[in-house]
Design a protein around this ligand. Structure first.
Ligand code: ADP
Ligand code: ZN
Ligand code: ZN
Length: 739
């Protein structure tokens, strides 16, 4: 659509990337050239006057017999897999075009189903069949599996039978050849749609109603409203009312969530309310599913789309409202590959393109958004009470150092935390424990010589995972078996330093052998339904304690959780980034917000060495404004956003020395034109990833300088740099508004 093209243009310019990169991020691969894509010969093409390569001629000749070819056909004709360059060249020459119905083709997705030949439905006729199959055990397996399944359901797909019976495709084919099974095809929706459009009835509380009215009044004067509502204040219910009204006016709504997988609860709540008019869009979906959603947004079937960041690319026609839930979340920023966009900021621009309204919601707004609200750019609406009048949890910090001195630590747990866990379990209530590191031990280190195993591709130490018994790199995925003997000195004294969720889980199960414990982190949720299972088992009270990384801090809503424990808050606070304090506040306040959400006040125990850190005090006293004011003062003093704009330029090369020279020259060239706004080259925190050495040049531009001018200078210098032979092989990544 026109609006989509405009958005792509804006992104290309703002985030300094290629239009192709934006397109690659925006379009489901199914809408790019897929193997089923049909190409058609143009009737009026003047191909007698053109020159073609041999391969092109083969394709043109094939068109004599049939007017349409698929990419697969072309592949077969040429006997090779990569045909895009040739297709592209023919497209460029204006000789062929891509058939319009290609998109249509994706709509009905045909799946094979099986049915038993009616003849065999008669018991008497089944008996001889069993004797026949006796000598073919695999086929018998498949057949029995079919009978079993057919007792539970009407239609059985081929796929399902294969999974159920452990028979191979060959056995199935034999049964079909013997005309025992009949195959038929039937279009199915791949989307697991919730068709019961049960309308959940609810009324807003007076406080929610007041906030809703303020938001709507705010929309009269501003396009953007920031809803600052504490955890469990019932923001979702307010969004539902806003969505409802936008739909009534004939509009479409985009509801952005930081990570859709973690927010199934919200998705379910909204889906239950709006039924079939809702589409869900995120990167875990396959191509066909994405194309299907794309089309349903385009033709207006979907009035509301719930999506992760890439949903900003959908072809909305009548977009009237955007909701950005948990607007402070860092996962709205795409790091790699380009476009390195911030979906929240992009959504603000998208709303502007559609003259739609946008509400950003959070219990812990980003400093940037709150600043914009205070500056009058956004309308600010505040909701300061929890729904149902539940009190915010009681929070307490316990000094790990003190407890250690008093010898009161049991493994990683203070006596206070252990007492509270015991009490909570006795009350048949649930516990969430937060440790922001996965794996077992952070590093292994030789006690004799200090050797610590490092990744072969990256400049980082490997993390020990006990479940796999391996050492893993969290940057590139490299892993190797663990070590018992130091490869440097032969010593057997290998120590474990630091600890992650795996270790916390193990230690806890020793202290509470009766408790049912589950772990929520990237490792425990790798399988397709792993995450769903862990969350639903906890929701259904089949587990008592959930230990997790920051995944447990995100939007979860359990009614029986009354205790939250933060195992070690220091790792967050010590992170070397100018947003470390802000993010610590957000994470701690959000994880605390999972406690006591319904009718009973919850409790939060924060364990830390830095127990008097101002951020911890502010979290405990719910002093968001104070945190904001102090952060802002620091940002001002040290020239950080929102007072400046940052652009990070990462220069990468396989050769360390070439990189040094290249990055130095690059920075110098940039500095000649932009002066002291240019910092570096510096060594980033991790200075080698996947065998590429990295140097970073930073542009810190104050608000008075035109950012357009800065970007055009940068663009020019990059072009110049890329044309220099000696730096070939250097790779430049630009990150505008890095996060
Ligand atoms: P937030 O998103 O602000 O953290 P939620 O929207 O998850 O808060 O609300 C917290 C809990 O209160 C949820 O379980 C929700 O179902 C319930 N709730 C909120 N508002 C209402 C309402 N108006 N009627 C009934 N239940 C509500
Ligand atoms: Zn050693
Ligand atoms: Zn690595």
């Amino acid at each position: 659509t026109e609006a989509q093209l405009q958005l792509w243009d804006w992104m290309t310019a703002y985030y300094m990337c290629n239009e192709g990169e934006v397109m690659a991020a925006a379009l489901p691969t199914g809408l790019k050239l897929a193997s089923e894509t049909i190409i058609v010969l143009k009737e009026d093409a003047a191909y007698n006057e053109m020159r073609f390569t041999d391969k092109e001629q083969i394709i043109i000749a094939a068109f004599k017999n049939r007017p349409r070819l698929t990419i697969d056909d072309v592949s077969a004709l040429l006997g090779q897999k990569t045909v895009y360059p040739i297709i592209n060249s023919l497209l460029d020459k204006g000789l062929i075009y891509i058939a319009e119905e290609v998109i249509e083709k994706y709509k009905p997705l045909l799946k094979s189903f099986l049915s038993l030949q009616p003849f065999y439905k008669d018991e008497a006729n089944l008996k001889p069949l069993f004797t026949v199959l006796e000598r073919a055990p695999k086929q018998m397996d498949a057949f029995l599996a079919f009978l079993k399944l057919s007792r539970q359901q009407e239609v059985i797909s081929k796929q399902q039978l294969l999974e159920e019976s452990n028979c191979g495709a060959a056995a199935l084919k034999a049964l079909i050849d013997k005309e025992i099974f009949k195959v038929y095809k039937k279009p199915v929706s791949r989307l697991n749609e919730n068709s019961d459009d049960l309308i959940a009835n609810f009324e807003l509380s007076p406080a929610q109603l007041a906030a809703l009215t303020q938001i709507e009044n705010g929309f009269d004067v501003k396009d953007v409203v920031l809803l600052h509502g504490i955890t469990a204040s019932g923001k979702t219910q307010i969004y539902i009312k806003l969505i409802e009204r936008a739909i009534e006016k004939g509009g479409q709504v985009l509801f952005l969530l930081p990570e859709i997988a973690l927010t199934t609860q919200i998705v379910e709540r909204i889906q239950r309310y709006f039924g079939d008019a809702i589409g869900v869009y995120h990167s875990k979906f396959n191509n066909n599913e994405r194309v299907e959603i794309w089309n349903k947004v385009l033709n207006g079937t979907y009035r509301v789309v719930l999506g992760a960041r890439s949903a900003v690319f959908l072809p909305f026609k009548e977009l009237k409202l955007i909701v950005v839930d948990e607007e402070h979340e860092s996962s709205y920023k795409q790091h790699d590959p380009a476009p390195r966009y911030q979906a929240r900021d992009t959504a603000v621009y998208l709303a502007h393109l559609h003259t739609a309204k946008i509400v950003l919601g959070s219990a812990t707004p980003s400093v940037e958004s709150y600043f914009n609200a205070k500056a009058g750019k956004y309308e600010l609406v505040t909701l300061n009470e929890r729904y149902g009048g539940v009190e915010l949890p009681l929070q307490e910090v316990i000094s790990i150092a003190e407890e250690t001195k008093k010898k009161k630590m049991v493994s990683y747990f203070t006596s206070k935390l252990i007492d509270e866990i015991t009490l909570t379990l006795e009350n048949k209530e649930q516990v969430i424990l937060f440790q922001n590191r996965r794996g077992y031990a952070t590093i292994l280190i030789c006690a004799t010589c200090g050797y610590a195993p490092k990744c072969v591709n990256c400049d980082v130490s490997l993390t020990y995972h006990k479940t796999s018994g391996k050492l893993h790199c969290h940057y590139c995925g490299y892993h190797q078996s663990s070590i018992n003997i130091c490869p440097a000195c032969g010593s057997v004294h290998i120590e474990q330093k630091g600890f992650g969720t795996e270790r916390v889980e193990e230690e806890l199960s020793l202290i509470f052998p009766e408790a049912r414990i589950a772990r929520l982190d990237v490792d425990s949720t790798r399988t397709k339904n792993g995450l769903q299972q862990i969350i639903s088992e906890f929701q259904n009270k089949k587990t008592d304690i959930l230990i997790g990384t920051q995944m447990v801090a995100k939007g979860l809503d359990f009614d029986n959780v009354t205790l939250i424990g933060v195992i070690n808050a220091d790792t967050l606070l010590n992170y070397p980034d100018f947003r470390a304090f802000e993010r610590s506040y957000q994470l701690l306040a959000q994880v605390a917000g999972r406690a006591g959400r319904r009718d009973k006040q919850g409790k939060v125990i924060i364990q830390a060495y830095a127990d008097d850190h101002r951020i911890i005090t502010q979290v405990i006293d719910n002093k968001y404004q104070e945190m904001y004011a102090e952060e802002l003062a620091e940002r001002k003093q040290f020239n950080y956003p929102p007072f400046t704009r940052l652009i990070f330029i990462n220069i990468r090369h396989k050769d360390h020395d070439v990189l040094n020279v290249a990055s130095q020259q690059f920075a110098t060239a940039l500095r000649m034109q932009l002066g002291k706004r240019v910092l570096g080259p510096e060594q980033p925190l991790v200075s080698r990833i996947r065998n590429y050495y990295i140097k970073q040049v930073i542009i810190k531009s104050d608000k008075d300088t035109s950012i357009q001018k800065v970007k055009s200078v940068l663009r020019e210098i990059i072009l110049q740099f890329q044309s220099e032979k000696e730096f070939r092989g250097a790779n430049i990544q630009v990150d505008v508004d890095p996060y």
